[in-house]
Write a protein that binds this ligand. Structure first.
Ligand SMILES: NC(=O)C1=CN([C@@H]2O[C@H](COP(=O)(O)OP(=O)(O)OC[C@H]3O[C@@H](n4cnc5c(N)ncnc54)[C@H](O)[C@@H]3O)[C@@H](O)[C@H]2O)C=CC1
Ligand SMILES: NCC(=O)COP(=O)(O)O
Length: 339
């Protein structure tokens, strides 16, 4: 089967997005393994390729149907016309607005069924806000543009998968979000995502919020009042859920093979172990959308943007996962059609 077509957004054009995209396309065998169409800015991509001394051809296309996926060339849907001298590594509302537009265009293509999945290079949240797009990040934009109510951020890193009850909110608010309904929704999303990647009966561990998962109320009530009932309810639905487990050991246990995925209670509870284990090859997946969206797990790295030092491993991993997930979905559909 041919690889599914993936729309890849350039992210903030002042960040490392253009560089990591140029590096990925220049990898030997990239066009044999991938069918990727970039939504972004041709001049920025050309500048990044020149900076890295990569002989890439940029082919402008009006849609994925025109893309030819030839080795050594990038099929690009132009979605901004930024000044050629826009500096790398600086906050700029024009770049924030462009990043938003790339995502909006890619989501449109996915909803129209013209691409099978969306992958994203990083956007800068401050630049996004400076441009008037007041979202915490891609995830919430994607949810709004697709009308999705229940969604969650999953990180996949070396031997570990985590999925978040909350992400970009102040820590005080994150504690308020630990409620049975949201816990149950995320356990169900975790179960569904693991089934999608082919696990028959996924083992979903739920991390506690407090030290030692509250130790029966000694160190906080949220674990037994809000998390435990959701785990029970999930179990009554036939999901192999367990917890709340002490957060300091649940990741170790998952990595040793006891669990397939860990539901985590707030941003850093999941991000710290995932990034520590697999920053280079880590992938962020939005679970719950009508299509798959994968992303690099790192940010815009303004401190090194335009220097040619950015590593593109996370982007390659995000594209790999997008094509595997979308490919598996396509195979499912074909099986169903055949009866
Ligand atoms: N998927 C996305 O769109 C993400 C966006 N962000 C956004 O990016 C902006 C900057 O975030 P930071 O917290 O500074 O994190 P960051 O990931 O951009 O940078 C943290 C450190 O890691 C290094 N780094 C990051 N990616 C690298 C790569 N590919 N190769 C080599 N070194 C790399 C940077 O140079 C820096 O020292 C923020 O606006 C943040 O919200 C952050 C994470 C993900
Ligand atoms: N901490 C992950 C991050 O900032 C990426 O968020 P999103 O843009 O994928 O919603």
């Amino acid at each position: 089967m041919r690889p599914p077509v993936v729309a890849l957004t350039m992210g903030d054009p002042a960040g490392i997005g253009p560089e990591i995209i140029a590096r990925a396309f220049a990898e030997p065998g990239f066009s044999e393994e991938n069918r990727v169409v970039v939504v972004g800015d041709g001049a920025r991509l050309e500048r990044a390729a020149a900076l890295l001394r990569l002989p890439l051809r940029i082919e402008t296309v009006s849609g994925p149907e025109e893309a030819r996926f030839r080795p050594g060339s990038v099929d690009l849907i132009p979605a901004s016309r930024l000044p050629a001298d826009l500096p790398f590594g600086r906050l700029d509302p024009r770049a924030g607005d462009a990043a938003f537009e790339y995502l909006r265009r890619a989501v449109g293509l996915a909803l129209e069924g013209r691409v099978s999945a969306v992958a994203t290079a990083p956007l800068n949240k401050e630049a996004l806000h400076l441009a008037g797009h007041r979202y915490p990040g891609h995830t919430e934009i994607l949810a709004e543009l697709t009308g999705t109510r229940d969604y969650a951020m999953m990180l996949v890193a070396d031997g570990l998968r985590v999925i978040h009850v909350s992400t970009h909110v102040p820590l005080r608010e994150a504690i308020e979000l630990v409620r049975p309904e949201r816990e149950l929704a995320v356990i169900r999303l975790a179960h569904g995502a693991m089934r999608r990647i082919g696990l028959e009966s996924p083992r979903v561990a739920v991390a506690g919020l407090n030290p030692h998962a509250g130790e029966n109320g000694l160190f906080g009530e949220e674990d037994r009042e809000h998390i435990a009932p959701a785990v029970e309810r999930a179990r009554s639905e036939g999901i192999d859920a367990s917890g709340p487990w002490p957060p300091d050991t649940v990741f170790l246990r998952a990595r040793r093979g006891e669990f397939d995925i860990v539901v985590v209670q707030y941003h850093d509870q999941g991000h710290i172990p995932a990034k520590l284990l697999g920053f280079e090859g880590g992938v962020n997946v939005t679970v719950g959308l009508p299509f798959f969206r994968t992303s690099v797990d790192h940010g815009t790295a303004f401190d090194i943007a335009g220097t040619g030092r950015a590593d593109h491993s996370s982007l390659l991993a995000a594209l790999r996962l997008a094509r595997e997930l979308a490919g598996a979905q396509e195979e499912d559909r074909q099986k169903k059609r055949r009866g």
